[in-house]
Design a protein around this ligand. Sequence first.
Ligand SMILES: CSC[C@H]1O[C@H](OP(=O)(O)O)[C@H](O)[C@@H]1O
Ligand code: ADE
Length: 293
Amino acid sequence: MTRAVVGIIGGSGVYDLPGAENVRRERVSTPWGEPSDELVFGEIGGTKAVFLPRHGRGHRLSPSSINYRANIDAMKRAGVTDLISVSACGSFKSQFFPGLFVLVDQFVDRTFARQSSFFGDGCVAHVSMAHPIAPKLSARIARAARDEGIEIAVGGTYVCMEGPQFSTYAESLHYKACGFDLIGMTAMPEAKLAREAEISYATIAMVTDFDCWHPEHDHVDVASVIQIVRENSAKAARLVGRVLKDFPQEREPCPVGSDRALDNAILTAPEARDPELLKKLDAVMSRLNAPSA
Ligand SMILES: CSC[C@H]1O[C@H](OP(=O)(O)O)[C@H](O)[C@@H]1O
Ligand SMILES: Nc1ncnc2[nH]cnc12
């Protein structure tokens, strides 16, 4: 059996994990460089939790300079099987108003200045991203929200822009016309890397603004975004706490294959693989390298 460990990556305004017990902080080194901060290990309701503030404490890191590979690799080394991402997002739909939580189910990646794979020359792999969100994890979050009386919309497409500037009016209208629901700067390549590392992934989007398409809200400003996050952070902590309290001890098989994404994904012949890259992939490929695999 694989013991379930829930990772939480906190976004803008979410720099700690209230409600955790037996807390200890540890700096975890990875072959991909330094994660955004120390990992916070703790327990909620008997479930092991590992927390990481995506931008680091004090919000030191910009979306483009976050080391997403180090963050996901560190989570993998910490034994994380299921990862909940909490993200501040702009909205393209009136029904997704500031303060509402949305369970994202699709992503569009418009980033261009980030390392987006653990794999590459010497070990080429292509994992499926058709269904980027782990449905059981997402359903657990929806159930926890219902049980806590927290309003949450289920389903939404999040477009990830490079940033750090917010969108122009024309871009905002374009994304809206494309039918996208939400916009942020960090879910990609995080979700792709989680999939490569065989970690189940789900995003709780906290709507903070209407970007700039809305006739009554003609621009985004960080102060209002952070105010919305502050007003909703206790609700987010309660939601995550409830998910953890009701979490099963054993990792559940994932219907979209998050837990076995590397099966049939690696193209490079074993004898043609680069030993240096394989060394760096020790955590990401740990299941494939385990004696029982
Ligand atoms: C503070 S507004 C822009 C900032 O907020 C979001 O961060 P996160 O996804 O980590 O909550 C957005 O992606 C930008 O990084
Ligand atoms: N409107 C917006 N665009 C990009 N990232 C965001 N994060 C919060 N609001 C955002």
